[in-house]
Design a protein. Structure first.
Length: 345
């Protein structure tokens, strides 16, 4: 089990304590069926959004979500499903793909509960209210591409963003914040440049060990789970990333003082800690958001950095190369990059 998966499992077990018993049974079933802890955590986060929204509406006297019984789930009807989708659309401002994932998570949960649980031969959950409900998909892939068009960094903006992190960030009247920025600047630049020149995702960054990166030949090894099978992928990165990774390694031991047994490539040392430890997903996400806001690109996230690479790479490579570089198994996940690349051109 990869480091990020172990961390996600710890968070998953904590969040499960807040969930109704049927949800706990569903997740345990999925984990037994080789679902990764990271995917299980995404499931539970989706469920938490739904139950936090519907509990005060249907069961205002229920003190906690974990007190909900399976019988109460029969109170949920298709009108509630429709209103929940409207809630996701209006109040959370989610892209279609994010809404669809949440919807499919709930469809899987209710389908499992309807089929697996019975009482004297009859399902306790009388129906899967998500089974026949369909979400309207954007009319074409061009619309999906346009959703990210104004959120990514375009090729002419990337050098300015990297230079801003190196030279332009100042923490006015905040000595401690400026000290932390100076401490982490080389690490942060190397992470952001690696995201922009490889197309890897945040969990790949977290999971990287010292032996996973070949700076001489400019590639790294990441492990992804596809259809319950873990597969390793060799992913190339550019010369700028190679340069900044070299610079980071020069200060890794000095700035973070890792223990000899620490194999994590990227480290973080919280205030008051003696030794640096493997950086977390949350730290990377917060770091990128901090720089994005100061740079004036508030919608930029770790995911958008990956999208930025995908769009550039699509402009000069074929689909086969893209599938290999981005460690993707099907063309559908790459279509947005191909389309957006053509739109920009």
């Amino acid at each position: 089990m990869k480091v990020q998966e172990r961390r996600d499992l710890e968070v998953l077990l904590v969040l499960l304590k807040e969930m109704p018993l049927p949800v706990k049974v569903f997740i345990e079933h999925k984990l037994d069926d080789m679902l990764s802890p990271s995917s299980g955590l995404e499931y539970v986060r989706d469920f938490r959004i739904f139950f936090n929204w519907i509990t005060p509406k249907l069961w205002p006297h229920v003190e906690s979500t974990c007190d909900l019984t399976l019988e109460k789930f029969n109170d949920i009807n298709q009108e509630h499903v429709q209103h929940f989708v409207q809630h996701l659309t209006s109040s959370r401002n989610l892209q279609y793909s994010s809404m669809l994932r949440k919807f499919n998570s709930l469809r899987s949960l209710f389908g499992f509960l309807h089929q697996e649980f019975d009482n004297s031969g009859f399902p306790v959950l009388r129906r899967n209210v998500f089974a026949t409900f369909t979400m309207e998909r954007p009319k074409n892939h061009v619309e999906i591409a346009r959703q990210i068009q104004n959120k990514i960094l375009h090729v002419n903006e990337i050098p300015s963003f990297v230079k801003f992190i190196q030279e332009g960030v100042t923490e006015q009247n905040n000595v401690q914040a400026q000290w932390f920025h100076n401490l982490n600047r080389d690490r942060d630049v190397s992470i952001i440049t690696l995201l922009l020149e490889s197309g890897i995702i945040v969990s790949d960054i977290v999971n990287l060990d010292m032996g996973d990166i070949d700076l001489k030949d400019g590639y790294l090894i990441v492990t992804r789970q596809h259809a319950k099978v873990q597969m390793s992928h060799r992913i190339m990165f550019g010369e700028n990333a190679k340069h900044y990774l070299h610079e980071y390694l020069k200060i890794r031991t000095k700035n973070y003082a890792p223990q000899e047994s620490e194999q994590a490539f990227f480290l973080a040392k919280p205030n008051g800690e003696t030794h640096g430890k493997r950086i977390s997903k949350r730290t990377i996400q917060a770091m990128v958001k901090k720089y994005a806001v100061k740079f004036g690109a508030s919608e930029l996230t770790v995911r958008q950095l990956t999208h930025s690479f995908g769009v550039q790479y699509a402009g000069t490579n074929n689909v086969r190369n893209m599938k290999q570089q981005l460690a993707q198994r099907n063309i559908e996940s790459l279509e947005k990059y191909l389309i957006l690349s053509s739109l920009i051109d």
